[in-house]
Design a protein around this ligand. Structure first.
Ligand code: AP5
Length: 246
C-alpha cells in the first residue's frame, strides 16, 4: 500500500448518515468502503446458516454475535483492494470486544469519525430512507429524492427499517400516536437499534479517544461532508509530506 493510503472508521447512531457520508468520502478519496451491515445483508442474501442467524439479531435491532461479524470484517479488510487503496470501515466496531479484536489483528485506523445527530432527526431519516437496488445508492424521500421517475419506481426499504416483528415484540404502545401504521413500525424498530447503540458507544469511543473527530451530523449532507473533508484533506497532506511525496 502507498503510505498516504488512509484507514478511516466512521461511527454513529442508526441513520445518522454513515452510508451517505461514505459515498461522498469514497468518491473523493478512493478508499474501499466496508460496511458491516452490508456484509451481513449479503450473507443473508446468500442463504447461509450465518446469514439466517444474523437476520434474527438484525430484526431485533441487536448486535449480531462476534463469531459471525469479526471474521467477516477481518477477511474483507485483508482483501487486496482494501490493502492497496486504504479502507473506510462503516459500522464496525460496535462494541469494546470488536474494537479489541481488530487491534489484535493489527488494524489501527488513522481517524475515527463520529457523527452526532439528534434523536428526532434520526427517526425522520429512517422513515424517509429508500435504497436503489440497482446502484446501491441511498435516497431520502425529502432530503435526497430520486433523480428520475424510473429510479423512484424501483426504490426499496431495508427490512430492519420496516420489520413488523421487532415492533410487535417490543410493543409500540408508547408511540402509537405516530401518524400511520407504517410510521409506528419504523419508529419502534429504530428505537431498538438506538438503544443498542447507546449501550455500546462509550466503550468504543474510549478505544479511539486520541484519533476521534466528532462531527455535527444534524446539518445538510454537504455541510456534514465539509467537516469530514477538512480533516481528511489535512491527514492526506500530512501523510504525503511524511512520505516525501510532496
Ligand atoms: P447498519 O446497516 O450498519 O445500520 P445502522 O447502524 O442502523 O445504520 P444505517 O445504515 O441505518 O444508517 P446510516 O448511518 O448509514 O445512515 P444513511 O446514510 O443510510 O446495521 C444494521 C444491523 O446490522 C444492526 O442493527 C446490527 O444488527 C447489525 N450490525 C451491523 N454492524 C454490526 C457489528 N459491527 N456488530 C454486530 N452487528 C452489526 O442515512 C439515513 C437516511 O438519512 C437516508 O435516507 C439518507 O438519505 C438520509 N440522510 C443522511 N444524511 C443526511 C443529512 N445530513 N441530512 C438529511 N438527510 C440525510
Amino acid at each position: 500500500a502507498k503510505p498516504e493510503h488512509l484507514k478511516i472508521m466512521i461511527s454513529g447512531a442508526p441513520a445518522s448518515g454513515k452510508g451517505t457520508q461514505c459515498e461522498l468520502i469514497t468518491k473523493k478519496y478512493g478508499l474501499v468502503h466496508i460496511a458491516a451491515g452490508d456484509l451481513l445483508r449479503a450473507e443473508i442474501d446468500s442463504g447461509s446458516e450465518n446469514g439466517k442467524q444474523a437476520k434474527e439479531y438484525m430484526e431485533k435491532g441487536q448486535l449480531v454475535p462476534n463469531d459471525i461479524v469479526v471474521m467477516m470484517v477481518k477477511d474483507r479488510l485483508l482483501q487486496p483492494d482494501s490493502q492497496e487503496n486504504g479502507w473506510l470501515l462503516d459500522g464496525y466496531p460496535r462494541s469494546l470486544s470488536q474494537a479489541t479484536a481488530l487491534k489484535e489483528f493489527g488494524f489501527r485506523p488513522d481517524l475515527f469519525i463520529v457523527l452526532e445527530v439528534n434523536e428526532e432527526i434520526l427517526v425522520e431519516r429512517v422513515v424517509g430512507r429508500r435504497l436503489d437496488p440497482v446502484t446501491g445508492k441511498i435516497y431520502h424521500l425529502k432530503y435526497s429524492p430520486p433523480e428520475t421517475e424510473e429510479i423512484a419506481a424501483r426504490l426499496t426499504q431495508r427490512f430492519d427499517d420496516t420489520e413488523e416483528k421487532a415492533c410487535l415484540e417490543l410493543i409500540c404502545a408508547p408511540i402509537i400516536l405516530i401518524t400511520s401504521q407504517n410510521s409506528v413500525i419504523f419508529v419502534a424498530s429504530v428505537k431498538l437499534r438506538l438503544q443498542t447503540h447507546r449501550q455500546n458507544v462509550e466503550a468504543v469511543l474510549s478505544m479511539y479517544e486520541d484519533i476521534t473527530l466528532k462531527v455535527n451530523g444534524n446539518l445538510r449532507k454537504e455541510d456534514v461532508f465539509a467537516q469530514i473533508d477538512d480533516a481528511l484533506t489535512k491527514l492526506f497532506e500530512d501523510r504525503k509530506l511524511n512520505s516525501g511525496s510532496l
